[in-house]
Design a protein around this ligand. Structure first.
Ligand SMILES: CC(C)(COP(=O)(O)OP(=O)(O)OC[C@H]1O[C@@H](n2cnc3c(N)ncnc32)[C@H](O)[C@@H]1OP(=O)(O)O)[C@@H](O)C(=O)NCCC(=O)NCCS
Length: 199
């Protein structure tokens, strides 16, 4: 299967989306260890580096199996001067002086027996409100047909998560009420996008 360029995407204005790696755990902890990032699910706040490493494991497996998945989202240093620098490792030379802003992208998800693509976005407070979620979701929607054609995209979030609902609706997702089989997750859906011939 082609990765459709998914491994590394220049998202403009210095924002880089690239394959997430085990070495990203410290950057993930800097974001996911902040209770403000899990305001509606405080128990999910990462406690330590081991927690972030475990959190990454299924994402790394998804990448290995499907050739796409959630990206590490890296932003210019001046967006968050206190952020954790990219890996600068040999395998990720493009990180440069960017810092980890969070994770975002698509993964396969089986929802009440239906195969869909789950959209994920979670960013450090210092980087929120600058259109990062819009950028990542629009990129994922545009590229989805290149990696997993014919599948609907879903955003699943707490009903009270107004910012996520706003971001999803702005990208064209339609509110379907509660996720089937749940009592506490809102579901927003975008019908399977088609390839944009204009690129
Ligand atoms: C939700 C989240 C991903 C949005 O990322 P972001 O990069 O700040 O989003 P953007 O800047 O692209 O857009 C934010 C939009 O939400 C709106 N918004 C922000 N807070 C809001 C609120 N409390 N109520 C309603 N809308 C809100 C903004 O006005 C903006 O909409 P606009 O562009 O039409 O003005 C980010 O806030 C985040 O990571 N939150 C914590 C984790 C989380 O909830 N993740 C989703 C889990 S399902």
């Amino acid at each position: 299967m082609s990765d459709g360029g998914w491994q590394r995407v220049d998202a403009g204005d210095g924002v880089l989306l690239r394959r997430v790696r085990a070495a990203d755990a410290p950057g993930v902890l800097a974001v996911h260890g902040d209770p403000r990032v899990y305001a509606l699910d405080p128990h999910e706040t990462h406690r330590d580096l081991a927690h972030s490493r475990r959190f990454l494991e299924p994402m790394l497996r998804h990448w290995a199996r499907h050739g796409f998945g959630y990206w590490a989202v890296l932003v210019p240093l001046d967006w968050w001067p206190d952020g954790v620098p990219g890996t600068r490792a040999e395998e990720a030379p493009d990180d440069g002086t960017r810092v980890h802003a969070g994770l975002g992208g698509l993964q396969h998800y089986l929802m009440a027996g239906e195969q869909v693509l789950n959209v994920y976005v979670r960013f450090a407070p210092a980087t929120q409100g600058r259109g990062l979620a819009r950028r990542v979701i629009n990129t994922a929607v545009r590229m989805a047909p290149t990696v997993a054609p014919g599948l609907d995209l879903v955003v699943r979030t707490r009903p009270a998560n107004a910012a996520t609902r706003r971001v999803a609706e702005r990208a064209g997702f339609v509110d379907e009420g509660l996720e089937p089989g749940t009592t506490d997750m809102a579901l927003l859906r975008l019908s399977a996008p088609v390839v944009d011939p204009a690129g």
